[in-house]
Structure formats: C-alpha cells, structure tokens
Design a protein around this ligand. Structure first.
Ligand code: ATP
Ligand code: MG
Length: 870
C-alpha cells in the first residue's frame, strides 16, 4: 500500500516526466488579494498568469497546494466532520498549461496517471462533460467527450450542467467547461443494485469527485458576453486526501494515514472510541480536521482575531472546541494537546510547525480558554431564555435569541437545539433563518464592487522604477472604472511607474500624474493579482497623452525612513530579546511604523530602552543601503537573509542590507540609516497570546513628539510654583494628604455632634426609640454614625438613615440586638430600597441598600417609619 507521502511524490514525478516544472505550494493565507482571504484552489497563485499580467516561468507547471475552503465562494465548513470527504484544509494536486497543451493531453495524462501508474480500476471511474447551454450559445463539450471515449465506455461519460461543469473565475474573466473524474468505491453487491452512474454528483459518500479538469477557453466580459481566450489554459485540481483514501482502499479520508494518528490520539486523550457512536465520530473528525487548519494558519501568519481572515480562523477553532465540549466531554482546553502528534505526522514536510511550536501552543490555549468562558456565559444565557419561555407558557424559543447565541457566542443552531431538546423545547427555525439571511445580505452589500471592462490603450507589462526614481516619464497602458459602496474610482495601469504599490505592510505611494493637459491625483497604489494599480477619483481627459508620474516625495521619504527603521528594530529585538523573535505583522506608513512579533512576555521598559539605543546607534553610524536585486534565492539564504514564513518568494529575490541587518524585502528604503534621524518607541502591548506589538516613530515625527513633551512641561511649570516640577508636585501631593487628614478629623467631630443631636431628637414609636434622618454624607461617615449610636444606646433603639453621596442614594437600618426578634433590618431595607430603585440587604441587626433614584430617599425613610408604626 502506498503511503500518503509516496502518493504525493508520485504525482509530482509523473508530471515532471511530462515536462512540467514542479513549484512549491503558495501560502494558504492570501495577503495581497482584496478578493480572497485564503487560497481555495491550486489556480489562485497563477491568477496573474492566467489574466496575462505576468509571464509564466514555464508553460507547464504542477504542484501540491495547501487549500482552505471556509469562506466566500468555496465554503465547506458545515460539511466537515459530518461527511468523510470534505475538509477545511486540504491539499490539491494540480497541473497547468498556460497556452501550451489543451484538452487532449490533460485528459489522457489524467487517465494515464490514475489507471496506468496508480492502477485504479477503470470500471470504477466516471467522467462528466459540459452538456452545453443554449442561452449562452454554447454546445456540448464534444471535444472532451470524444477524448474520454478513447478510454471509457459511453455509459461512464455523463453530461453535467452549467453549475457543475462550467467554471468561471469570477463575474468577469477567464472561464470554460470542465470535466470531472468521479470514483465509485462501493462494494460489488451495492454496485450490482444501483449503477454508479446514477450516483455521480448525488452526494453519495462512496461515489465522490476526485479530480476536476478545467478547460479555460473563454473570457467573460462585463456585459456577460463571452469572447475566445487568446492563450487557452488547463487548470486541474485533485483532492489529495480523497486520492489517498481511494488508493489505500478506505471508505473515509479519516481512515487514511493522513488522519489516523490524530484520530487515535483524540481517542487516547478523551477515552472515546472511533466508530461506535456517530455523534462522537463526527466530533473526532471535526477536531482532527480543524487542528491542522488552525496550526497551519498560525504558522502562515494568520492568528485568530476578531476581524476578517483572523475571525474565520477563530470560528474554526471555536467549532472544534464546541464539538469537543459537547460530544467528547472536554470542558477544559484540549486541542493544544494534539500538537505533538500533528508535528510528528507533518513536521517533516512542514518544518515551520516545529519552528513555531511554542507560539502555536500559546495561541491555541488562550483561544480555547477564552472561548470556554464564552461558552459558559452562552449556556447561562440560554438557561435564562428557556426559563423566560417557560414562564411565558411556551416551549418554543425565539429564533432571534438562537441567532444571538450563534452570532455572539458561537453556538451553531444544532448545539442550541440539542440543549433545548434535552429540556423538552424547540426553536423557531424560520425566525432564525430570517436573521441569518439579513446578516448575509448586510455582508453582501458591504462588499459589493462592480468592475468595468479594461480599456486597453497599449499592450504590455508595467515596469517598476521606484527603487531608483520618484519621477518618471510614462503613459497609460489601460484603465477601468470600479463602482464601490463608497463611490466610483478609476484604476490606471502605467507603462513605467515610480509608485510603490502597497505590499509587505508598506502602504502605497500617493502623488500625481501630469500631462500637458491636466494633473491627476493618485490617492493610492495597490496590487491586484500582481498588477500595480494607480487609484484616482478622476479619469484623465486625454488618457493617451505622454505623462510624468510624480510620487509625493515627503510622504515617500518618511515611509522609507520608517521601513528602514523597522529592519533595524527587528534586528535590535533579536539582539535584546533573543532569536525567537519573529515578525508577525508590520505596517509602514509615512506617519510611523507598527511591528508585531512573537515574544512570550511583556518587553520591560529597560529592554525597550536598550532596543531604542541600539537602533539609534545604527542610525548614527549612517550605514548605507546595500541592495541586492534579483538575487537567486539560494544565494540570499547563504547571506543569512531573514525570510518570513507564509510569504511567497520567487526564484529571484531582493535582499536589503544595512550593516548586519539582512532581510528579504521588496520595500523602499532610505539611502542610508542616517536619513531616519531619530527613532522613538511610542508603545508596547500584547495583541494576542505570544504576540507583542511595538509602535514607533522616526525623524520629524520624533521632533514633533519632543516639542509636544516640551510644551506639556512648560505648561506644568507655569501652573506649578517653584524651581523643579518634581518638588512642586511632591509638595502638592503632601499638602493634599495633610488636608485629607484634617477633613477626616473634622468629619469625626461633626459626626459626634450629629450623633448627640440625633439621639436628642429620638421619637418613641410603639415603645421603640426611633432615630431617623436624611443626611448628605458619605457611606463611611454614616456607618461611623450608626455604630456610634448603637454603642451609646445598645437597647430598645432603631436607627434609619437616608444618605446621599455623589448623587447615589443609600439606606441604612440598624436594630439593637434586643429588638431583632421584632424587626429585621435586612428585610426592612430590601423592601424600602424599591423606592430608590435599588437593592441590598444585610443582617437582622444592620443592613444597607444602594439605589439609583435619590428623589425616592424621603419616601423610603418614611415608609420605614410607617413599618414600625404598624
Ligand atoms: P465537491 O463537489 O466534492 O465539493 P468541488 O466541485 O467543490 O468538489 P473542485 O472545486 O472542482 O471541487 O476542486 C477540485 C478537487 O478538490 C475536487 O475534485 C476534490 O477532489 C477536491 N476537493 C474539493 N473540495 C474539497 C474539500 N473541502 N476537502 C477535500 N478535498 C476537496
Ligand atoms: Mg465543493
């Protein structure tokens, strides 16, 4: 039996033998594409090639790509665990032709690999082809069908509709028919009863799609019409885990050597057995699947958080916690305990798992614990909702409540329903669905963008000249209109550009493009699918005119200084804190810099100073920028350059060096460190378990900061008399303390006087000496007063005080010990507190209550006196 690793290798060597270049998997977390959070198919990393923005290194490429299908167009999350063949993270094996071979080779090689190399039995294989679409004027993909007929009997070739068999990149762009290969792995008896062809694309767990071959031959325009694609593309994707399961003769992906070690460990840790109870099995599959996703996202640089991609990861983690909590009896953090077996299993192929072990563990534990607390709160909330429903005489809880539990506390409907069922209750599903639909509509509207077609003036690729120039002669290659929620903007692609497009944490350049007719403001520069895009609010009147592209140099130079300072900061942190420091995020703008890094405790003030001193020393040394452009990646590594995990690098990289600081970096930098001027840290904080954030400023921003400090000090000096601020403040504090003491003594005296006066005014009601008053005194004074009276009149006395401090009313009742059988201070206060909109209590001899409504104090005291009279 082939192992998973052997299967992966065999795929690569097969396509290598067909002259494909084998490339590495791109990172799973997508950082520079606004339309995509995670890689969800092998083709993502080639989008720019397919769109013609970049020339391919080779026309034939193959790889194994880590994919994540948990958001957007491909979201399998709810299936995962419930079935045995959808995962959140999975590997997609794929081969590509960029304008090289087409359907004939793609189909024959797929067949050759599956049947000749892997020895799959052809009688279990089915292929689908596009049936055509009259309204689009497209006929059946007879070309593909004819090729399949060389290998498969006609009744194993099935027609598929537009939904399953016509692939589109998006609303616009490349598209075309596709052809899927399905595998029937049922027993012979079952096959005899129902032929496999009837189960293809019917969600049968043993008749599943394993490989999809996409034939991109059209381009979809904004008006929805199709035009032929000049360079046709083959894009195939095969689910690795599904292939392994087929070859290892298993009925479920989770029974293969990819997942078994994790499943076994879950069993060992929870004492549950896989394969005995469907609910437990689902939970074990969910946990086994999700732990991979979570660990890999963290190494890829995407930590769980409360927004965007980070939130998606957080929700996956919470889903795993919930299943473990409900079905595996795990009431405490547990997922992190699976890391060792995951690393054992996958650490060889993915060394970053081992390298970042501590960080992954810390992040997971903290997330688990904080969610378990939320879960607890949610369960209490649900208890209350159920109690309210019961007292309202119904057994159906509102769907709005169920949605709040889902949205805020991460309770999916099935968990809520489960708890309700245990209590003989149900939920209004229609209401829940309506809330869900509302939320989806809100999300859709917020994200809606409409791209117009490109208006192409000249073919060509943009050349970036911004490392050497901030002004350059250029012309427009193409432009288009983009309608967003916030208004209409235009995207312009230039022939040559000095504008840096936002990337690697550095914000895009701003500036102007100028022709003899007009000046256009560029408000931002970004990259979309590898294409540098200049964003403007105004379209040029004469787009074909020669132009000058001019970057706003003040902003650019400030950016450069901040970027260079970031490299020096990184180096200094490693020196002061240790080499475990690894960049986890970075933002470089003209205003300042932000640097996130792994470190497991607070950075002390002393360490921060040391870091600042080191950076400023490097600034004074005025180290020149040593730039290595187009360095082969192997040589860059030999130089000892620091690379980032989860970043996509080509064969040739740019390396930026200032003295000992050497980093892979595409950003723009100061010509020498002296240009930074001065470096100052503004803050250090924690942003997640094991991740710290430093915010800092340089150059002129430090100057401004110093002026700000100076102004504050001058202002203080003007207020405080004396030569030194320190002495003056100390004196003020001492005086304050002395005054406070005086006031306390004064209060004591007053309290004693008040006590005597109140005793004098005591009334006899029903044989009880009642002392009552309304006074504007703090709680501590009232307490002293009441206890003073108790000491002096230990028997036959009842004291009632209404007091007020800073607008907050308070009631105090004291009953002398001999009267507690007749009067209970606690009960009296509780009853009367309603009049001040408050509550409280205490003991039978002494009780207090606070409230919100001081207006009610008088009535409250009166009501207490009444109570004694009766
Ligand atoms: P399905 O209909 O089974 O969800 P799909 O049509 O979404 O598959 P494609 O987008 O064509 O699949 O992806 C190519 C291949 O990737 C599929 O043939 C399948 O083998 C695999 N695949 C797709 N989604 C998953 C997933 N969530 N987990 C594991 N493998 C998957
Ligand atoms: Mg799918």
């Amino acid at each position: 039996m082939m192992t998973a690793k052997e299967i992966r290798d065999s795929f690569k060597s097969f396509f290598e033998s067909k002259e494909h270049l084998i490339v590495p998997s791109a990172p799973m977390v997508v950082k520079d594409d606004p339309t995509l959070m995670f890689t969800n198919a092998g083709m993502n990393q080639f989008k720019d090639i397919i769109l013609g923005n970049r020339a391919p290194k080779s026309r034939r490429v193959a790889d194994s790509q880590k994919c994540l299908r948990v958001s957007g167009k491909h979201n399998d999350l709810e299936e995962v665990g419930h079935d045995t063949y959808h995962h959140t993270m999975f590997e997609m094996l794929g081969n590509w032709s960029f304008g090289d071979y087409f359907k004939k080779e793609a189909i024959s090689w797929a067949w050759e690999y599956l049947v000749d190399v892997l020895k799959l039995d052809p009688k279990n294989l089915y292929a689908t082809v596009f049936e055509g679409s009259p309204e689009e004027g497209l006929e059946r993909d007879n070309e593909a069908a004819a090729i399949w007929e060389q290998f498969l009997p006609k009744d194993h070739i099935l027609n598929g509709n537009k939904h399953d068999n016509f692939w589109e990149m998006g609303d616009t762009g490349p598209c075309g028919p596709c052809s899927e290969i399905h595998m029937d792995s049922r027993s012979d008896e079952e096959k005899a009863k129902v032929p496999g062809r009837e189960l293809v694309n019917k969600d049968h767990p043993q008749v599943i799609e394993i490989w999809n071959l996409v034939f991109m031959q059209f381009n979809r325009k904004a008006d929805h019409s199709l035009e032929p694609l000049p360079a046709k593309v083959i894009d195939t994707g095969m689910g690795f885990e599904r292939l392994v399961r087929t070859l290892q003769g298993k009925q479920s992906n989770y029974d293969t050597d990819v997942f078994q070690p994790i499943i076994k460990q879950i069993g060992a840790l929870t004492g549950k057995q896989y394969g005995q109870d469907e609910k437990v099995d689902i939970a074990m599959r969910v946990v086994a699947d999700h732990i991979r996703t979570i660990a890999f996202s963290i190494t890829d640089g995407q930590l769980p958080s409360n927004a965007k991609a980070g939130y998606v990861i957080r929700r996956i983690l919470r889903r795993a916690v919930r299943y473990a909590y409900t079905f595996l009896g795990q009431k405490e953090a547990f997922l992190y305990k699976l890391l060792p077996v995951l690393i054992d299993n996958m650490g060889d192929a993915y060394p970053e798992l081992n390298a970042q072990k501590t960080l992954i563990e810390k992040v997971i534990i903290e997330e688990e614990e904080s969610f378990l607390r939320t879960l607890d709160t949610g369960i209490k909330l649900l208890d209350k909702v159920m109690a309210d429903a019961k007292s309202a005489g119904t057994t159906v809880i509102s769907g709005v409540n169920a949605f709040t539990l889902y949205d805020t506390y991460g309770f999916p409907l099935d968990l809520t329903e489960l708890i309700l069922r245990e209590n003989g209750m149900t939920v209004n599903i229609d209401e829940f669905n309506a809330e869900m639909a509302k939320q989806k509509a809100r999300a859709r509207n917020a994200a809606a963008v409409e791209n117009g077609d490109w208006v192409v003036l000249k073919e060509g690729e943009t050349e970036f000249v911004g490392y050497d120039f901030t002004e350059y002669e250029t012309s427009i290659l193409r432009y288009r209109e983009v309608k967003q929620k916030s208004g209409v903007i235009y995207q312009i692609v230039l022939d040559k550009t000095p504008f840096y497009a936002e990337m690697g944490g550095q914000v895009g350049d701003q500036g102007v493009i100028v022709s003899e007719f007009e000046t256009i403001d560029i408000i931002d520069t970004k990259k979309e699918n590898g294409l540098p895009i200049h964003i403007t609010k105004k379209l040029p009147q004469h787009p074909e005119a020669p132009m000058m592209a001019c970057v706003d140099t003040d902003k650019r130079h400030a950016c450069e200084a901040n970027h260079t300072a970031t490299h020096l900061l990184d180096e200094a942190l490693r020196e002061v804190l240790g080499t475990h420091v690894e960049q986890k995020g970075s933002l470089v703008s003209p205003e300042g810099l932000r640097f996130d890094f792994s470190h497991f405790q607070k950075v002390t003030d002393e360490e921060l100073r040391q870091v600042e001193r080191l950076v400023n020393e490097k600034i004074r040394q005025d180290l020149p920028l040593q730039e290595h452009r187009d360095l082969p990646i192997e040589e860059a590594k030999k130089l000892g350059a620091i690379a980032l995990f989860g970043e996509k690098y080509g064969d040739k990289v740019r390396v930026v060096q200032f003295g000992q600081s050497i980093e892979f970096c595409g950003g723009v930098h100061a010509a020498s460190t002296g240009h930074i001027g001065l470096f100052k840290i503004l803050s250090e904080s924690s942003i997640a378990a094991g991740v710290r954030r430093i915010e800092a400023v340089t150059g002129q921003a430090v100057e401004e900061m110093i002026y700000g400090l100076q102004d504050t000090i001058t202002a203080l000096k003007n207020i405080l008399p004396g030569s030194s601020i320190e002495t003056a403040v100390k004196k003020a504090i001492d005086e304050n303390a002395a005054l406070k003491k005086q006031i306390e003594e004064f209060m004591k005296e007053k309290t004693a006087q008040l006590k005597d006066k109140l005793i004098e005014q005591a009334r006899n009601i029903n044989g009880v000496m009642v002392i009552s008053a309304l006074i504007p005194a703090p709680a501590a004074v009232v307490k002293d007063l009441v206890f003073g009276i108790r000491a002096e009149k230990p028997a036959g006395t009842l004291v009632i005080i209404g007091s007020e401090e800073n607008g907050k009313p308070m009631l105090t009742v004291s009953v002398s010990d001999d009267l507690t059988s007749r009067f209970n201070a606690g009960q009296m206060v509780r009853e009367a507190a309603k009049l001040i909109q408050g509550g409280g209590g205490g003991q039978p001899h002494y009780a207090t209550a606070g409230g919100k409504n001081p207006e009610g104090l008088h009535a409250a005291v009166e009501s207490l006196i009444k109570a004694i009279e009766n």
